[in-house]
Design a protein around this ligand. Structure first.
Ligand SMILES: *[C@@H]1O[C@H](CO)[C@@H](O)[C@H](O)[C@H]1NC(C)=O
Ligand SMILES: *[C@@H]1O[C@H](CO)[C@@H](O)[C@H](O)[C@H]1NC(C)=O
Ligand SMILES: *[C@@H]1O[C@H](CO)[C@@H](O)[C@H](O)[C@H]1NC(C)=O
Ligand SMILES: *[C@@H]1O[C@H](CO)[C@@H](O)[C@H](O)[C@H]1NC(C)=O
Ligand SMILES: *[C@@H]1O[C@H](CO)[C@@H](O)[C@H](O)[C@H]1NC(C)=O
Ligand SMILES: *[C@@H]1O[C@H](CO)[C@@H](O)[C@H](O)[C@H]1NC(C)=O
Ligand SMILES: *[C@@H]1O[C@H](CO)[C@@H](O)[C@H](O)[C@H]1NC(C)=O
Ligand SMILES: *[C@@H]1O[C@H](CO)[C@@H](O)[C@H](O)[C@H]1NC(C)=O
Ligand SMILES: *[C@@H]1O[C@H](CO)[C@@H](O)[C@H](O)[C@H]1NC(C)=O
Ligand SMILES: *[C@@H]1O[C@H](CO)[C@@H](O)[C@H](O)[C@H]1NC(C)=O
Ligand SMILES: *[C@@H]1O[C@H](CO)[C@@H](O)[C@H](O)[C@H]1NC(C)=O
Ligand SMILES: CC(=O)N[C@H]1CO[C@H](CO)[C@@H](O)[C@@H]1O
Length: 612
C-alpha cells in the first residue's frame, strides 16, 4: 500500500517525463562545455543536508505581513537609482516620452513546464538590454533593467532560478552554454553531466538520503529539486549547496543591480484528499530574504535563511537550535508538475528510479499528490485566531500554478508594493480546450481572488470572462487591462498581458514536454522574443511606443500630464475597453503569422487549419 501511494506520487510528478522506451540505461551523456559563472553562493554548511546552526544573538522570528520587510524597503531605495537611469536609457533609445516621473515596473513569467521556461526566457531575452540588438529602435531591451520586480512560478521559475543562480546571467548565455534539453527526458539530467543515467540518479538519491539522514522528511519534491539543480544551476554538481537566501548576500544584489526575484507557490491543507486547489488556498512568495504570505489568515513571513528552524508562535523556543534553507528544495516546490501520468512501468531504468526513490523518501504523507511538505511549519501556532495552518506542524506547499493563477501576479498586486505596470507573460494554456495556447483564464483567476476576503490589500483591474477573451482575441496578441485608472475602484497596476501565440513558431508544446532539440529550444525562445516585441515591430511598428505608453500611463495620471496622442492611439488599440462578447467562441487554432527564418522541425502534431 505504501509503495502504491509512493508510486502513485512518483507517477504524478515524475512519470510524465519518463517515456523513454529508447533510453539506453548506460548511455553516457555527451559532454558539453558549460560556461556560466555562478554568483549565488555555495554557502550551505553541509551540501544538500540541512544542518542545525547556532541561532544568531537576535533570534529569528516570524514577522507580521502588515508591511514590506525592512530589507525590501531599504533595498528598494538602492534599486530605484538603478531603475531610474535604466528607464532614461530605455526611453532614450526608444521613443520620446516624459521620464520625469518614473514608474514602478514588474515582470511576471508564467509556469507551464519546460516550454514556459523557454518562452518566458525569450521574453526576458527581449527585455534585457544586454541582448545583442535589443536596444535598437522598435526593441524592448532595458525593460528588465528598469524593472523593480521579477516574479516567476513553476516552469518560469526554472528560467528565473537559472538566471539568478548564475550571476544574473543573460538568456543568450544560458541558451548557448547551459540550457541543454537534449536528454530523452528532463528527469535524466542535462547531457552535459557526463554521468550515465544510473550514475545521475544514484547521485541525486545519495543527496536526498543525506537530507533524510539529517532528520528531515524527504519526498519527491526533493528529487525534482535536485534534477532541476543539474538542469538549471550547474550541471557538474547540481548546485547542491547553493541557497536561495545567498542571493541577498551577493554584492551585485545589494547594489540593486537586478530586479527583486519573487517566486510564487501555493499552499494546500495538509493531508488533503481534494486534488483541486481552491481559491482560498494560501499563496506564498519567496524573496531572497524571506518566505511567507500577505494573505489575511496566515499573514506572516519567515526569514528564509532560517526556514529549517522550529518556530512556535513566531519565535524559536529557547531549547531549539536554528536550521538553514536550501535552494534546491525550495525551488522545487516552485516547480512541481502535477500532470497526467502516462503508464510506462516496464523499463529497467524506471524500476531503478522508483527503487531509489522509494529508498530515499521517508514518509507517505509527504508525497501524496506530490506536494512538498515542510516538516517544520514556520507558522505553527502563529495567528491561531485566523490561520487554519496554525495547528499543523507541517505545511503543504505546491506548484505556484496550482490554483489556476499560472502567472505569478500575487506578489505584484500587493498595494504595499505600488507597482504601476505589470508585464504578464503567459506561456501555456491550462484549459484543455485551446491546444495549450493561453486563453486569459489565469488573469480571471487572479482578478477573482482579489474579490475574495482573503487578500485584503491587493487589487487587480477587471478582466472579462473567458469567452470574451477568445471572441475579442484578447489572448491572440498583447492586451492591456486597467488602462483608465480613474475607472478603477481601488488603485491597481496597468496589466500588459503577453499571451504566447505563434509568430514564427507553433510553440504550444504540452506542459510535460521533457526534451527539446537545440533548434526547437531556440525556436521557442525566439517566438517568445517575437511575442513581446511583436516581431521587432514588424506586426505593429508602434508597438514599442505603446509599451512605453503603458509604462508611463500611471505617471501621466500622477503628474496630470496630458496623454500624448501617440499613446491614445495605443490605448485605443490595445486596451480592453469593457466590451463583452460571451457567446461560445470558435476554436482557437492559430498558425504562425510570419515564417520562421530557419526551418525547425515542427512539433509532433499537425497544425489546425483555421487561422484567427
Ligand atoms: C558576475 O557578473 C558581473 C557583471 O557581469 C561581473 O562583474 C562579475 O565578475 C561576475 N562574477 C563572477 C563571480 O563571475
Ligand atoms: C522526447 O520526448 C518524446 C515524448 O516524451 C519521446 O517520444 C522522444 O523519444 C524523446 N526524444 C528523444 C530524442 O529522446
Ligand atoms: C488585512 O488583514 C489583516 C489580517 O487579518 C488585518 O490586520 C488588516 O487590518 C487588514 N487590512 C485591511 C486594509 O483590511
Ligand atoms: C523543546 O521543548 C519542547 C516542549 O517541551 C519539546 O516538545 C521539544 O522537543 C524540545 N526541543 C528540543 C530540541 O529538545
Ligand atoms: C497502467 O498499467 C497498469 C498495469 O499494466 C494497469 O493495471 C492500469 O490500468 C494502467 N493505468 C492506466 C491509467 O492506463
Ligand atoms: C501522516 O499524517 C497523519 C495525519 O496527519 C499523521 O497522523 C501521521 O503521523 C503521518 N505519518 C507520517 C509518517 O508522518
Ligand atoms: C471565483 O472565486 C470563487 C470563490 O471565491 C470560486 O468559487 C469561483 O470558482 C471562482 N471563479 C473563477 C472563474 O475562478
Ligand atoms: C527579432 O529580433 C530577434 C533578435 O535579434 C531575432 O532573433 C528575431 O528573429 C527577430 N524577429 C523577426 C520576426 O525577424
Ligand atoms: C514632464 O512632466 C513634468 C511633470 O509633470 C512637467 O513639469 C514637464 O513639463 C514635462 N516635460 C515634458 C517635456 O513634457
Ligand atoms: C471597444 O472594443 C470593441 C472590440 O474590441 C470595439 O468593437 C469597439 O469599437 C470599442 N469601443 C470603443 C468605444 O472604442
Ligand atoms: C498547437 O496549436 C494548434 C492550433 O493552433 C493545434 O492544432 C495543435 O494541436 C496544438 N498542439 C498541441 C500540442 O496542443
Ligand atoms: C531617440 C529616438 O529615437 N527618439 C524618437 C522616439 O520616437 C519618437 C516618435 O514616437 C521620435 O519623435 C523620436 O525622435
Amino acid at each position: 500500500m505504501k509503495a502504491t501511494v509512493l508510486f502513485g506520487s512518483v507517477a504524478l510528478s515524475l512519470l510524465p517525463f519518463i517515456n523513454a522506451d529508447s533510453v539506453s540505461m548506460n548511455k553516457k551523456h555527451t559532454s558539453r562545455v558549460v560556461d556560466v559563472k555562478p554568483r549565488a553562493l555555495p554557502d550551505a554548511p553541509n551540501g544538500y543536508a540541512p544542518v542545525h546552526v547556532t541561532c544568531p544573538s537576535s533570534r529569528p522570528s516570524i514577522r507580521a505581513a502588515s508591511m514590506l520587510s525592512p530589507e525590501e524597503t531599504a533595498w528598494l531605495k538602492t534599486r530605484r537609482q538603478k531603475t531610474e537611469s535604466a528607464l532614461k536609457d530605455f526611453f532614450g533609445h526608444n521613443h520620446s516620452s516624459n521620464s520625469s516621473y518614473l514608474p514602478n515596473i514588474a515582470i511576471g513569467i508564467s509556469g507551464g513546464g519546460l516550454v514556459a521556461c523557454l518562452n518566458g526566457g525569450g521574453a526576458i531575452k527581449a527585455f534585457d538590454e544586454r541582448t545583442e540588438g535589443s536596444t535598437a529602435k522598435g526593441q524592448l531591451g532595458g525593460l528588465l533593467q528598469s524593472a523593480t520586480y521579477f516574479a516567476a512560478l513553476s516552469g518560469g521559475s526554472w528560467a528565473l532560478g537559472s538566471i539568478y543562480m548564475n550571476n544574473f546571467t543573460t538568456v543568450s548565455n544560458l541558451q548557448e552554454n547551459l540550457w541543454d534539453f537534449t536528454s530523452p527526458q528532463i528527469i535524466l539530467g542535462p547531457a552535459s553531466t557526463s554521468m550515465t543515467y544510473f550514475e545521475f540518479w544514484g547521485t541525486i538519491t545519495a543527496q536526498v538520503k543525506s537530507k533524510r539522514a539529517a532528520g528531515f522528511v524527504t519526498s519527491d519534491p526533493d528529487f525534482w529539486g535536485r534534477i532541476q539543480g543539474y538542469n538549471f544551476f550547474n550541471p557538474s554538481h547540481g548546485g547542491v549547496d547553493y541557497t536561495w537566501s545567498s542571493i541577498a548576500k551577493t554584492q551585485a544584489f545589494q547594489n540593486g543591480d537586478m530586479p527583486l526575484p519573487l517566486v510564487v507557490m501555493t499552499g494546500n491543507y495538509f493531508d488533503t484528499s481534494e486534488e483541486d486547489s481552491s481559491p482560498n488556498d494560501p499563496i506564498y512568495e519567496t524573496t531572497p530574504w524571506e518566505w511567507g504570505t500577505y494573505d489575511d489568515d496566515i499573514y506572516g513571513f519567515a526569514p528564509l535563511e532560517y526556514l529549517g528552524t522550529r518556530f512556535v508562535d513566531g519565535v524559536v523556543p529557547e531549547n531549539e537550535t536554528c536550521g538553514n534553507d536550501l535552494v534546491s528544495y525550495l525551488r522545487d516546490e516552485l516547480s512541481l508538475l502535477m500532470a497526467n501520468s502516462p503508464n510506462s512501468t516496464e523499463l529497467p531504468l524506471l524500476e531503478f528510479i522508483i527503487k531509489e526513490f522509494l529508498s530515499a523518501t521517508s514518509s507517505t504523507n509527504s508525497t501524496v499528490n506530490g506536494p512538498a511538505s515542510y516538516d517544520l511549519n514556520p507558522f505553527y501556532q502563529y495567528n491561531t485566531a485566523t490561520s487554519p495552518f496554525a495547528k499543523d506542524t507541517r505545511l503543504t506547499v505546491e506548484d505556484g500554478g496550482e490554483n489556476g493563477q499560472n502567472i505569478p501576479l500575487y506578489p505584484l498586486i500587493q498595494r504595499k508594493r505600488n507597482v504601476d505596470v505589470i508585464f504578464a507573460v503567459d506561456s501555456l494554456g491550462t484549459d484543455d480546450v485551446d491546444y495549450d495556447w493561453p486563453t486569459g483564464s489565469t488573469l480571471i483567476a487572479t482578478y477573482n481572488r482579489t474579490l475574495a476576503n482573503l487578500a485584503n490589500d491587493t487589487s487587480f483591474p477587471p478582466v472579462p470572462d473567458l469567452n470574451t477573451f477568445l471572441n475579442l482575441g484578447l489572448n491572440a496578441g498583447p492586451s492591456f487591462f486597467g488602462c483608465n485608472a480613474s475607472n478603477l475602484s481601488t488603485p491597481a497596476p496597468l496589466v500588459v498581458y503577453l499571451p504566447n501565440h505563434p509568430i514564427t513558431y507553433s510553440s504550444n508544446y504540452t506542459l510535460t514536454q521533457g526534451n527539446f532539440t537545440d533548434a526547437q529550444r531556440d525556436a521557442v525562445i525566439t517566438n517568445g522574443y517575437n511575442v513581446v516585441t511583436q516581431a521587432n515591430g514588424t506586426i505593429d511598428s508602434d508597438w514599442s511606443t505603446c509599451v512605453g505608453c503603458a509604462v508611463l500611463s500611471r505617471s501621466f495620471d500622477r503628474t496630470g500630464t496630458v496623454v500624448p496622442e501617440a499613446c491614445n492611439k495605443c490605448f485605443q488599440r490595445y486596451c480592453w475597453n469593457g466590451t463583452v462578447d460571451n457567446q461560445p467562441p470558435a476554436p482557437y487554432t492559430p498558425t504562425p503569422s510570419l515564417s520562421a527564418s530557419s526551418s525547425v522541425p515542427p512539433t509532433a502534431y499537425s497544425r489546425g487549419p483555421v487561422p484567427r
